[in-house]
Design a protein around this ligand. Structure first.
Ligand SMILES: *Cc1c(COP(=O)(O)O)cnc(C)c1O
Ligand code: SF4
Length: 341
């Protein structure tokens, strides 16, 4: 890392042109009308889309749009990003903060619920807004956490030697500029008891150009062991650009895992889940978790009941080698880990 320092200083001195991924992030589709027109969708979907957009804005990168079939309202990728009128319905048991995360934040932006690992909110925003997201009502400030706020989190980490792993989460941590992430990781590295850096992100999937030389530079250079947990729900999300991004990450020494959310109308078929595991492994990614939906208001139409979820996973087990089986889990407030179903 010593050899990288002069280069970093030199880069700091130059005015920066935005990276390709940053331009794509600036140009994401944020208008339900544009989304419907670009995909040739029935205008009858627009009132519901606009109403949902007012609750949680539409956000779709072009690179993701390119994988959605034209004029097909049932496309499994479209369903993850297009608001439906059903989001307006209040459904019993579906609430704004299903995980009660506000109670586990010892420092701003730091969530410590599980032994040995903490979650750091490294960026409040995402490149894509997934309609089922449990954070759709989480009160993030629109600005990224400041270095000063990170100081308090770093002090907390330094004082607790039982913490071995830091998980960068969000929002999407990779929505932050590489300069900030490199600085954060450089500071994490100085804490001797930290062994692992884990990154929970959807960015390499929705904007594969995010995995560029600048990212691989700080990520590949850290002394910490590196784990990236991607978020892919359907095999159709894995195009050649995503496979190439995974290859670059693996070459930089990153262990690649995937978590999915079980979503009605997206991936609640055994064939779909089997194909997802196969395509993940072909890209060098192991299935990790299959989460049941968190009961967040506005997402009830994605819910798959527990019995159907268990039956699906039981048939999946008949089809796949054990190492391609994701663990079916639920997150319950107050539990010390994810809860297997
Ligand atoms: C899910 C989660 C983790 C990570 O859990 P693993 O089982 O290690 O993947 C850590 N902290 C919080 C707050 C979480 O929600
Ligand atoms: S990328 Fe993850 S955190 Fe962001 S909206 Fe989608 S599910 Fe939520």
């Amino acid at each position: 890392m010593i050899t990288r320092t002069p280069i970093a200083v030199h880069r700091e001195a130059e005015p920066r042109a935005p990276a390709a991924w940053q331009r794509q992030l600036q140009e994401v589709i944020r208008d339900p009308l544009v989304l419907c027109q670009r995909l040739g969708l029935d205008p009858a979907l627009l009132p519901g889309a606009s109403a949902g957009h007012a609750l949680f804005p539409v956000r779709v990168p072009e690179a993701y749009l390119a994988r959605i079939r034209h004029a097909d309202p049932d496309d499994p990728l479209l369903r993850q990003v297009l608001p439906l009128a059903a989001e307006q319905e209040a459904v019993g048991g579906f609430v704004d903060d299903p995980l009660v995360e506000r109670e586990h934040t010892p420092r701003p932006g730091l969530i410590h619920k599980y032994a040995g690992r903490v979650l750091l909110i490294a960026s409040p925003t995402c490149a894509i807004n997934c309609r089922y997201c449990f954070r759709r009502h989480f009160p993030y400030a629109e600005h990224a956490p400041s270095m000063r706020e990170w100081d308090a989190s770093l002090d907390y980490l330094r004082e607790d030697a039982s913490i071995r792993e830091v998980i960068l989460s969000g929002g999407d941590p990779l929505a932050s500029p590489d300069r900030r992430l490199a600085e954060l990781v450089a500071r994490l590295e100085t804490i001797p008891h930290l062994q692992r850096l884990r990154i929970h992100t959807r960015l390499p999937v929705v904007i594969p150009d995010r995995v560029d030389a600048a990212l691989l530079d700080w990520l590949g250079g850290t002394r910490l062991q590196k784990v990236m947990v991607l978020h892919i729900n359907h095999a159709q999300e894995i195009d050649t650009a995503v496979v190439d991004a995974c290859r670059r990450l693996a070459a930089a020494g990153v262990t690649l895992l995937n978590q999915s959310v079980l979503l009605r109308g997206v991936n609640d078929q055994v064939d779909t889940l089997a194909e997802l595991s196969e395509r993940l492994f072909a890209a060098g990614v192991l299935p990790y978790y299959l989460h049941v939906l968190d009961p967040v208001s506005g997402a009830a139409h994605f819910d798959v009941d527990d019995d159907s979820a268990r039956a699906l996973v039981a048939s999946l087990r008949q089809r796949l080698p054990g190492f391609l089986m994701p663990r079916l889990v639920r997150e319950l407030p107050g539990e010390a880990s994810k809860t297997p179903l």
